[in-house]
Design a protein around this ligand. Structure first.
Ligand code: MIC
Ligand code: SF4
Length: 644
């Protein structure tokens, strides 16, 4: 049998199921990663599972999101994660060491292995030939406890890259081109596997930019082969022993195929407020820019920042521009400092931020009212920057740097002679901010600050579910709408009761009040409900507010799994017209829930309108068991594991 790269890794890790798209499969997980914004919940769930030691080969807990520390909350969370990591045999990447995906690529990612991370951009490690998947917190907790992950086998899309990129066109433009063609829904239920001649001209950090933003397509994962370029990168990280060649077999069969001719691409820009509103830079005229930020897990590698420094060298940024740069890791920042590149950035007027997510998740650097902000990030959802009226454009580091000089959204091709920024032969390495697991876990005391509150537990499914429609929202609602995250709310990621005051407020400011008044009920959504992050809080908080089911036209993958894992039923309108019929405050009733959930078709009575809606429950057999038991944690605790 001829396999693609992803199929090879899946077949090597297959615990149960068939490698046929649409079938439920269980694979073994070699590595996990968590970050601090999702991590506290993951480790509370791991503790609740009552295991002594993790089963994965290597698990890493990163601190990179909540590093502003405007009160004790973030620091308390860091301390909890540091101590709980030590107790369970997990590596701990201290604050300052860098963004989880960048550090993981540099120091941990291994071609041919599997990685599950409680962050939607976990597929960044696919740039290294690793099968890396983003998931909700409890899935990651269970993967650590049991070494396994269950999901639906995706379709495999071959992305055939031909030609070579022209000067000033970059990896960011490749993924923006795919977003332009396929939209933020185009990758749902798919793995994007890159192949063809063009692959050979892309370095590992460039590949990682592409696999990182596969998350914006809604894809399950994205992956490049493990080849000589992967080997060179690992060698430069002094990790050549981790190398494995992994290529698709000749004649491997893909479910779909797309072709991108790299030589035809030009610099692209994703306009407000969605990563798929992509246009070419040449179609943009006279957009005055107020802020430029370079960084995030998409574009903060050493080569990215060297390119930026070369563009900014001996120049001064425009008078009205604020330029901030957040290097992706301590390795990147230290190398820039050591070889003097950092000086070019500082001298041009850049404000250097710590190696963390920072402004990408609204942790500082919110732009002015009604301003234009250019960012090398992966998401530009409305309000995510912390300024509701700001217009955020996503661009490559080249476009960002050129625009910082001119003060207008600028085409870097006009800068003249192309710059080169090769990766170094050897990276500067010092893992002194990575705390390895201890030999004596029993001596470790887990420290929980007062902000760490218990997470809500689900009750098993009731035979009848009744309640009001509390709110009705439109298409492409993101997890940033459902559970907003900014500098004011992120410190409360361990405090569900506090967060519940803000649930869905960007769409409906009275939602939390209504949910409390009516003791829970239903949410109505449009297509691609829950796109964006992996944050389980977008399910845990509605659960806390008594939400029983979400009725939508379609769901994003990770959010749908998070709903199921927390006992909330994700139902899809069989007839999309029913979406138009149902209104806020209608009273809905689901009878015979056990039978209906098992059947996968759920009839809902609208008692207010005297209508009945047929809803689809497009989830796997295991997920149906999870709903009936009242969540994944309950199922694993009562049955031992998901297979029973
Ligand atoms: C994001 O980019 O939205 C985040 C913050 O990294 C999230 C995780 C979270 O909300 O904690 C993600 O992408 O999964
Ligand atoms: Fe951090 Fe932004 Fe990457 Fe999310 S997308 S992991 S917030 S840098």
């Amino acid at each position: 049998m001829q396999f693609t790269v992803a199929q090879k890794i899946i077949s090597e890790h297959l615990v149960s199921g068939k490698i046929i798209s649409g079938e439920e499969i269980i694979i073994s997980i070699d590595q996990t990663l968590t970050q601090d914004a999702t991590g506290t919940m993951v480790y509370l769930q791991l503790e609740a599972l009552g295991v002594n030691k993790i089963k994965t080969k290597k698990s890493v807990a990163y601190i990179d999101h909540n590093t502003l520390q405007t009160g004790p909350e973030n620091a308390d969370d860091h301390l909890y994660i540091q101590t709980v990591a030590k107790k369970y045999g997990i590596y701990f990447s201290r604050p300052g060491n860098g963004i989880c995906h960048q550090v993981h690529l540099e120091r941990f990612a291994v071609p041919g292995e599997t990685l599950l991370g409680s962050d939607s951009h976990t597929p960044t490690a696919g740039g290294m030939g690793m099968l890396a998947i983003g998931a909700g917190g409890v899935d990651v907790a269970v993967a650590m406890a049991q070494g396994e992950y269950h999901f639906t086998m995706p379709k495999i899309v071959k992305v055939n890259l031909t030609g070579r990129l022209n000067p000033w066109v970059s990896a960011k433009d490749i993924i923006l081109e795919l977003l332009k063609r396929l939209t933020v829904k185009g990758g749902v239920g798919k793995i994007f596997e890159y192949a063809g001649e063009g692959v050979k001209s892309l370095s590992v950090p460039q590949r990682a930019t592409i696999t990182n933003m596969g998350a914006e397509l809604g894809a399950t994962s994205s992956i490049f082969p493990g080849d000589e370029i992967t080997f060179e990168f690992l060698k430069a990280q002094k990790r050549e022993k981790d190398y494995l060649e992994i290529q698709a077999d000749e004649g491997a069969i893909y479910d779909e195929e797309i072709e991108v001719d790299l030589s035809q691409l030009e610099p692209l820009v994703a306009c407000p407020h969605s990563p798929d509103k992509v246009v070419s830079i040449s179609s943009i005229k006279n957009i005055k820019v107020d802020q430029v930020i370079i960084g995030s897990c998409t574009n903060s590698s050493y080569s990215d920042l060297v390119k930026v420094a070369r563009i900014l060298e001996d120049k001064t940024i425009a008078e009205h521009i604020s330029l901030a740069i957040a290097p992706g890791s301590k390795q990147v920042l230290a190398m820039l400092a050591q070889n003097g590149t950092l000086a070019s950035l500082i001298m041009s007027g850049a404000r250097i931020l710590e190696c963390a997510c920072g402004p990408c998740i609204g942790m500082g650097q919110s732009p002015p009212t009604d301003s234009v902000s250019l960012r090398t990030f992966n998401r530009n959802f409305k309000g995510r920057s912390g300024t509701l009226s700001a217009k955020v454009y996503l661009v490559s580091p080249e476009v960002a740097a050129a625009s910082a000089i001119t003060g207008y959204l600028a085409d870097p091709r006009k800068l003249g002679v192309p710059i080169a920024a090769e990766g170094p032969k050897v990276f500067l390495r010092n893992d002194n901010l990575i705390v390895p697991p201890t030999e004596n876990p029993s001596e470790v005391e887990v420290i929980k600050g007062p902000n760490i509150k218990p997470f809500p537990m689900v009750k098993s499914l009731s035979p009848e579910v009744q309640g009001k429609v509390l709110t009705k929202v439109g298409d492409n609602i993101t997890t940033d709408h459902i559970m907003p995250s900014d500098a004011k709310l992120l410190p409360y990621r361990s405090n569900i009761p506090y967060l519940s005051n803000y649930c869905l407020t960007p769409c409906d400011k009275d939602f939390p009040k209504k949910a409390r008044e009516y003791r829970g009920g239903f949410i109505i959504g449009g297509t691609n409900y829950g796109q964006g992050s992996s944050r389980e809080h977008a399910a845990l908080v509605p659960l806390y507010l008594g939400i029983k089911a979400v009725l939508a036209k379609s769901f994003a993958r990770i959010h749908q799994a998070n709903l199921v894992n927390n006992g909330i039923i994700p139902l899809i309108f069989k007839n999309p017209e029913d979406y138009d019929n149902v209104k806020e405050m209608d009273e809905l009733l689901i009878k015979n829930t056990f039978f209906q959930v098992k059947r996968g078709i759920v009839k809902i009575k609208n008692l207010t309108k005297g209508k009945e809606y047929k809803m689809l429950l497009n989830i796997t057999a295991s997920q149906k068991k999870i709903i009936v038991q009242g969540g994944l944690l309950n199922l694993v605790k009562t049955k031992g594991n998901i297979k029973k």
